[in-house]
Design a protein around this ligand. Structure first.
Ligand code: S3P
Length: 474
């Protein structure tokens, strides 16, 4: 697909529903008793894969498109209401589906095989196989390479404590979901806080979930590190913002060496109403586009600003971005707000440490912002990028070089020299939705035309992406 828009971004946009929260609404709704009603559900291919897996396990799910996301009804059958699927479960491109579902499948009274597309079959699954096996699960990689297809024989599980070497919400959620079927309390400690949607939503459905943030003695350390957020991200605050970011980057709390979430087994989950906030990971492309194109002023409606997801806002603030939070509110347990973004002059920044999990999916678009910022941006502590839908360090380095940006890949990040005049080029998305969207945004600030291979892969998380971009570039 060839892309070239020239006009500033103006007007307003409602961002599609959050992918992580949409997945979880179906999973927890299926395990709950009674009906769960979800509004603003994301109809990206990943979330449709989750729906299809649960339908295969006997859960009736109605999904009706509406003007604002989809309206979804899940007729839950309780914790033990799933039935054996007739065929292999297909998670498509979705890591969240494979990893979270494996935690649920490990505790069932039936056996399953779960797999996905070529990308999923290369992504590491040992990270969930190890803790599940420690809980008594019988899970193996059919090809013996630690990847899907995974063969899972349902077993009675044991409560355990797992110290995860990676800050991964998929690992944490997998273990907590297996903990629903264990014979005692299950807990997970991670080296930095990853997104906490499972903890918030499981609790909302009636599970007994506890986290460090509930402990008064630890909550101040946690909130200092993560939850301290100014409600305005205007440029005049950027000097102190850069300082805050520096502190956050470097803080390893003296009070504790990890962040723990725990769950009690066999709760009765009860169907709920879930209003999914807009996905900050999708909003990220429009935030970046409005910052980059001179004369832009764009209002993004109803964006989720959960502090475990809002690292991009803090980094943009430190770069000098003019972003204002308006109408702060909650969608259930999830905080959300409207974001007013105005084009801004950006400066380089260092991104590393505990902030990384809070912006992990935004690093490709942050790398694009860095390419247009003054100075050299260093991204570190982000080795997880190598095991996403593509190796995002290698793919971003290759594609940024193609548009003329001096960039060096490191083992766990990138060093990007910004501020040079960049030009359109032929870009390989490697069928990774976040790469395609990042370079569609880069196209707005490059000379010439950008040609993106497999551009339609945006269907994974944002099917209307190009239409929405055309709508506001006028
Ligand atoms: C997700 C967690 C993150 C993120 C992914 C969605 C989730 O992955 O990159 O897009 O919904 O839990 P990791 O847990 O592997 O960091």
């Amino acid at each position: 697909m060839k892309i070239k828009y020239t006009a500033p971004l103006r007007g307003e946009l409602s961002i599609p529903g959050d992918k992580s929260i949409s997945h979880r609404s179906v999973m927890f709704g299926a395990l709950a008793e009674g009906t769960t009603e979800v509004t603003n559900f994301l109809t990206g291919a990943d979330c449709l894969s989750t729906i299809s897996c649960f339908r295969q396990m006997g859960i009736e799910i109605e999904c009706t498109p509406s003007a604002q996301g989809a309206h979804v009804l899940i007729y839950g059958k309780g914790l033990h209401g799933l039935s054996a699927p007739f065929t292999t479960l297909d998670a498509g491109n979705s890591g969240t589906t494979v990893r979270l579902l494996s935690g649920i499948l490990a505790g069932q009274a039936f056996d399953t095989v779960i797999t996905g597309d070529a990308s999923i079959q290369k992504r590491p699954m040992k990270r969930i196989m190890t803790p599940l096996t420690a809980m008594g699960a019988d899970i193996s990689s059919e090809n013996g390479n630690g990847c899907a297809p995974l063969s899972i024989r349902g077993k009675k599980l044991h409560g355990t404590h797992y110290a995860s070497p990676v800050a991964s919400a998929q690992v944490k959620s997998c273990v907590l979901l297996a903990g629903l079927y264990a014979d005692g309390i299950t807990s997970v400690t991670e080296p930095a806080v990853s997104r906490n949607h499972s903890e918030l939503m499981l609790r909302y459905f009636g599970a007994d979930v506890r986290t460090d943030a509930d402990e008064p003695s630890l909550s101040s350390a946690v909130s200092n590190e993560l939850y301290g957020r100014a409600s305005s991200f205007e440029p005049d605050a950027s000097a102190s913002a850069a300082q805050t970011l520096k502190t956050l980057n470097n803080t390893k709390s003296a009070a504790h060496t990890g962040f723990t979430a725990s769950i009690s087994p066999e709760p009765t989950l009860v169907g709920q109403k879930v209003r999914v906030p807009g996905d900050i990971s999708s909003a990220a492309y429009f935030i970046a586009a409005a910052l980059l194109v001179p004369g832009s002023e764009l209002l993004l409606r109803n964006v989720g600003i959960n502090p475990t997801r809002d690292g991009m806002l803090r980094v943009c603030q430190a770069m000098g971005a003019d972003i204002t939070l308006l109408n702060e509110d909650h969608s259930g347990a999830e905080p959300c707000a409207d974001l007013l973004v105005r084009s801004s002059h950006l400066n380089a920044v260092e991104i590393g440490g505990n902030i990384i999990p809070t912006l992990i999916d935004e690093l490709p678009i942050l790398a694009v912002l860095a390419a247009f910022a003054d100075g050299t941006t260093v991204i570190r502590d982000a080795a997880e990028l190598r095991v996403k839908e593509s190796d995002r360090i290698a793919v971003m380095t290759e594609n940024l070089s193609r548009i003329g940006c001096p960039v060096e890949a490191t083992e766990d990040g990138m060093i990007i020299t910004g501020g040079k005049a960049l030009h359109g080029a032929s870009i390989d998305s490697y069928k990774d939705h976040r790469i395609a969207m990042s370079f569609a945004v880069a196209a707005l600030a490059c000379s010439g035309e950008m040609d993106i291979l497999d551009a339609e892969c945006v269907n994974i998380s944002y099917p209307e992406f190009y239409e929405d971009l055309a709508k506001v570039c006028r």
